[in-house]
Design a protein around this ligand. Structure first.
Ligand code: DGL
Length: 264
């Protein structure tokens, strides 16, 4: 399970819930966080480099890129580099548009995900008559990281990031928001609290968990879940925090050595 930071835990907690028998590694490229601020070329180079090192060190059967910003850009390169199957995380435009009653849907994501051709093609293919508003948030992934680490973040700061998602026109107003960055479901309750009106927030994690589970194959008998291995590229991950989100035991956090330089 791979992300730039803690966001991938929103996907991982669903996968861990449906597959208590699997052995997991959670890897965060926190030295390069936030991915949403990197240029496309720097991000592809970075993800390829980190993934080379991680795959060589851990030999996984399957990799989940639990990051929209990386998945919408780097999956083709990763699939060329490695034979191992990759499961990505991309904006859930299709189910969101299919479920919208007012036909006004917003996609909230990092600036990187919003400007991708891949995201535009999802909207072209799956909008199904909905007006889709793409909203790039510069700060929300970092605010989610801060909240997870126990920092105080005012409602006003969260509301400002969320506000452009709420569109009201003569034909109706937004009723569905796609959480197209894996950090956002981790702070869902705060987002619901500052929403100007009630909407459905779409989190793709349960669908990704089903896909991962079907690729892993039938559930094996397991007496108790194995502790999760934690790897990061900058600071050691907060084992207690990760363990509480996943409801799983974790191992002593490891920092990938030597630390990988971040390209600008
Ligand atoms: N969690 C990542 C995503 O799903 C983004 C956070 C970042 O900008 O690094 O897009």
């Amino acid at each position: 399970m791979f992300d730039s930071g803690l966001g991938g835990l929103s996907v991982f907690r669903e996968v861990a819930r449906v597959r208590p028998d699997a052995h997991f590694i959670y890897a965060a490229d926190d030295a390069a966080f936030p991915y949403g601020a990197l240029s496309d070329a720097a991000l592809v180079a970075r993800v390829r480099e980190v993934m080379h090192t991680l795959i060589a060190a851990t030999r996984p059967d399957l990799v989940v890129i639990a990051c929209n910003t990386a998945s919408t850009l780097a999956l083709p390169a990763l699939r060329t580099d490695h034979a191992v199957p990759f499961v990505g995380t991309v904006p859930a435009v299709k189910p969101a548009c299919a479920g919208s009653v007012t036909k006004h849907v917003s996609v909230l994501a990092t600036p990187g995900t919003v400007r991708r051709d891949y995201t535009a093609s999802l909207v072209r293919e799956f909008a199904g008559g909905c007006a889709v508003t793409l909203v790039a948030s510069e700060r929300l992934a970092s605010l989610a990281e801060a909240l997870m680490h126990g920092a105080r973040v005012d409602d006003a700061e969260l509301a400002a990031e969320l506000a452009p998602c709420f569109v009201a026109t003569a034909t109706g107003r937004t009723d569905t928001i796609v959480l197209a960055c894996t950090h956002y479901p981790l702070i869902l309750e705060r987002l619901q609290r500052v929403a100007p009106w009630p909407v459905s927030f779409v989190d793709p994690a349960p669908a990704i968990a089903r896909r991962v589970s079907s690729l892993i194959g039938p559930t094996a008998f397991a007496s108790s879940p194995k502790p999760v291995r934690l790897i990061s590229t900058g600071q050691p991950l907060d084992a207690r925090l990760v363990s509480s989100v996943l409801a799983r035991h974790v191992r002593e956090p490891e920092v990938m050595a030597p630390p990988l330089a971040v390209a600008s």
